[in-house]
Design a protein around this ligand. Structure first.
Ligand SMILES: *[C@@H]1O[C@H](CO)[C@@H](O)[C@H](O)[C@H]1NC(C)=O
Ligand SMILES: *[C@@H]1O[C@H](CO)[C@@H](O)[C@H](O)[C@H]1NC(C)=O
Length: 505
């Protein structure tokens, strides 16, 4: 159902006819991309900043395995200047074999800084930008015949991202860098002999960041399963400067030459996404994810109404961590002021379902600890994520006069599905309030029972928070900002060794 609807949305948006020129600077710069390419202003965009608090260690992420990357020198590859990047075509017999589907290679390209500003990676790590970034683009060849058919599908693409820093000379990159003077101008192309593409990747393919995102250039389809390797590769300063100064974004015949550099997009909102990481060391206070299996179990129980024991059985494990988030309050107010609440949202009365303010229990807490920070932190920001996601798409549909039935379908089916799916795959940090809303929309009979059981679980967690908040000497195992995070939450998550379970539609 989701796939069908998404497909309808993609073909319903008059994207093809709305295409146009885009740049990284000037009037057609990224602030304007969404006017011609609506997805650029939508949800699940890339790149993002890999902030430590977004990271969740997932012990089930296997090392990336690539096949047929060692190409024969008899093969020819097309090296081209797209006006936005330098792009090397790749044959589809190269593929990634360690993902749920086979993802076959299509091309690789680069993002980089300039000769005066050496930093130009797209993804950043705690705000730090590398010199450049390589993207090896693959498409889901199990499901789609070619990349054009895959590019706008939610499971269409898988991109390997490689950070580039300045250091040792890199002979692998010179296999094609040495030809870039042949493609100085936009739309120029040349044939170059193939080589071992594996040598462009970092030595270790087992350490990476993983999240659901988008193309980082128009049309910005949210179709990419991102794998960004933790360790950068190096190129020499000379190699970097050659890349940063050799190319033009303009055509050879254009009177004005426009240099091609600084071709990176700024970090995008994380929405309610989390970033899974395959490595644990070197990160303080990093939390494990509840396994997809665990989440699936809970959601299934919620859906079939098997609720009796849920509250006692550790439903709280699925609550997101409660840490003070400066700016949450501001964001909430700002969005509320815009008055863009959708009908569905109003109907569901989000505000009534915020952390219990009208039960006897919570008001007695309220007396003793007036307005504790976590009361505001729980719920609102996560709800906002969901609401803004919905609003974004609705807004875009409005712009194309495609509102109406489509919007209804979105609200009723796509959003719940979309969010639940990414939640189940541990790629989103929806909280129970949100899940409650999603599920309530689907199985009305159980709403009351569900409400009670979830509220109970939530109250229990809040009680635990308060207890720890008052007894700082209990905060021994956690670092600074997570000090109030319940101790048993973390151990509960890591205790359940996830059984691998296939979760197909
Ligand atoms: C790549 O293939 C070539 C033969 O085409 C071989 O000589 C070379 O050792 C291979 N490299 C690696 C790293 O496997
Ligand atoms: C991709 O596949 C579709 C469907 O088979 C086909 O119509 C289209 O021409 C193909 N595009 C390219 C670029 O090969």
């Amino acid at each position: 159902m989701t796939i069908t609807l998404l497909f309808i949305i993609f073909i319903a948006c008059p994207l093809a006819s709305k295409g146009g020129k885009w740049t990284y600077n000037g009037p057609d710069g990224e602030h304007d991309w969404s006017s011609k390419y609506p997805f650029c202003g939508g949800a699940f965009q890339s790149p993002i900043d890999f902030q430590t608090q977004l990271l969740r260690y997932d012990p089930n992420l296997p090392p990336i395995q690539v096949q047929n990357y060692n190409l024969s020198t008899n093969e020819q590859l097309t090296l081209g200047n797209t006006g936005h990047s330098v792009l090397l075509s790749l044959p589809s017999h190269m593929y990634i074999s360690s993902l749920p589907h086979r993802y076959s290679a299509a091309q690789l390209h680069f993002h980089w800084g300039s000769s005066s500003l050496l930093t130009g990676s797209e993804h950043t790590v705690n705000g730090n930008r590398f010199a450049g970034e390589m993207h090896v683009v693959h498409f889901n060849s199990d499901k789609y015949p070619n990349i054009s058919m895959a590019v706008d599908k939610h499971d269409g693409l898988a991109v390997l991202g490689v950070f580039i820093e300045i250091g040792e000379f890199n002979p692998a990159f010179d296999k094609f860098f040495k030809y870039i003077n042949g493609i100085k101008y936009r739309d120029q192309k040349i044939q170059v002999p193939a080589f071992n593409v594996r040598a462009l990747l970092p030595a270790r393919l087992d350490e990476y960041y993983r999240y659901d995102g988008s193309l980082t250039t128009p049309p910005c389809y949210p179709s990419v399963l991102w794998t960004v390797f933790r360790k950068p590769v190096t190129i020499s300063r000379k190699q970097f400067l050659a890349l940063a100064t050799a190319l033009y974004a303009s055509h050879a015949q254009d009177s004005a030459t426009v240099p091609l550099h600084g071709n990176y997009r700024k970090p995008q909102l994380t929405d309610n996404r989390v970033v899974l990481v395959s490595f644990k060391d070197g990160l303080h206070s990093i939390f494990s994810v509840a396994s997809p299996f665990q989440r699936k179990q809970v959601i299934q129980k919620l859906l079939v109404g098997d609720l009796a024991d849920l509250a006692d059985e550790g439903l709280y494990q699925l609550l997101p961590k409660l840490s003070p988030q400066p700016g949450v309050e501001k964001k909430w107010k700002k969005n509320k002021k815009q008055g863009q609440w959708s009908q569905a949202t109003q109907k569901q009365q989000w505000s009534n379902n915020k952390v219990p303010s009208n039960t006897g229990y919570s008001s007695s807490i309220g007396k003793k600890t007036p307005t504790p920070w976590y009361m505001g932190a729980l719920g609102t920001d996560k709800e906002m994520c969901f609401v803004s996601l919905e609003e974004n798409v609705v807004h875009q549909l409005e712009r194309y006069h495609a509102k109406g039935l489509m919007v209804e379908a979105l609200r009723e089916v796509v959003f719940p599905e979309l969010n639940l799916r990414s939640y189940l795959h541990c790629r989103s940090d929806l909280d129970l309030q949100t899940i409650k809303q999603l599920i309530k929309g689907r199985s009305r009979d159980e709403a009351v029972e569900l409400e009670q059981s979830l509220t109970k679980a939530m109250l229990r967690q809040i009680r635990r928070q308060i207890k720890q908040h008052r007894n700082p000497n209990m905060e021994t195992t956690m670092g600074h900002s997570q000090a109030t995070f319940p101790k048993d939450y973390n151990s509960a998550l890591t205790y359940h060794r996830p059984q691998r379970v296939e979760w197909e539609d």
